[in-house]
Design a protein around this ligand. Structure first.
Ligand SMILES: [Zn+2]
Length: 277
């Protein structure tokens, strides 16, 4: 009778801590006909094997897929609003010249700029994004180029970036609330809570930065800059991947799961849902 018994289904559940050790797997087996193997079991088994191999290997393993750190040499990135009336340039010096994050633990030197996904309620609502991501940039590394609002021309709604190359104004002068330097530009401010100022483009509506005035003691002045406004040519660098997730305790459970584990939703090359990748 035992020989005639087939496994009908495997059901695999991960514990909520997502620890892929053996203790995290729960397997239930029923007797019956046919064989059905849940794909999540294969995926979990594969990841578990990868983890064992990675632990056994003395060499850095591709299987660990660690995030690339920001370059230690000086680098420059640029970005701006969707209509290009506001452009910014971030010039990051070599690593030893970057300030330490004041909350950096003793065991590790976390320097600024730092790139972080933000789970807080205020930034989610202000940006309209379930996963706003910030580059926390010391203000003295950032400069801004401002142009008047482009003419309303539906066929050409953006200012060509090539025509918007300076003059570069220190961000501390251009982006502070009510800056006289920004007069005539499209920079607008919104105080989302006391001493917290967000900037956005009054022409195209792009959210750009968040800052605290005066800054919390111990910190340099910082413009948290929305990573989605950084030009794609820089975003494609592997080191632009967020290195932290902040305000986790304020997060929404399915958004946390999406951010931590990735989306398993069907993928389509365009807006058409009858085509898949
Ligand atoms: Zn704009």
């Amino acid at each position: 009778m035992a020989a005639a018994t087939n496994i009908e289904a495997f059901r695999l559940a991960r514990r909520r801590d997502q620890n892929l050790g053996l203790g995290s797997l729960e397997l239930e087996v029923w007797e019956g006909r046919g064989v059905t193997v849940n794909l999540s079991f294969i995926e979990a088994a594969f990841k578990f094997c990868c983890k064992i191999i990675a632990r056994l290997s003395p060499l850095p393993s591709l299987l660990t897929l660690r995030k690339m750190p920001l370059p230690e040499t000086p680098f420059v990135i640029e970005g701006g609003c969707n209509c290009h009336a506001i452009r910014y340039r971030i010039q990051v010096p070599e690593v030893s010249a970057r300030p330490l994050n004041p909350t950096s633990p003793a065991s590790e030197s976390i320097r600024l700029p730092m790139i972080a996904i933000d789970h807080c309620n205020d930034c989610r609502a202000a940006t309209g994004s379930i996963l706003p991501t910030w580059m926390c940039v010391p203000a003295d590394m950032m400069a801004v180029s401002l142009r008047p609002a482009p003419p309303v021309d539906p066929s050409n709604p953006r200012i060509p970036i090539v025509d918007n190359d300076g003059p570069w104004i220190p961000a501390l002068e251009a982006l502070k609330d009510g800056s006289s330097v920004a007069r005539g530009s499209t920079v607008r401010w919104f105080n989302s809570s006391p001493k917290r100022t967000r900037t956005f483009c009054g022409h195209c509506g792009t959210n750009l930065t968040y800052a605290i005035w005066p800054m919390v003691q111990g910190y340099p002045d910082i413009f948290d800059t929305l990573v989605g406004t950084i030009d794609r040519i820089y975003l494609e660098k592997g080191w632009m991947e967020p290195e932290r997730q902040c305000w986790w305790d304020k997060g929404i459970e399915w958004v946390q799961a999406l951010s931590f584990n990735g989306s398993k939703a069907p993928r389509h090359p365009s807006s058409r849902v009858d085509e898949s990748v």
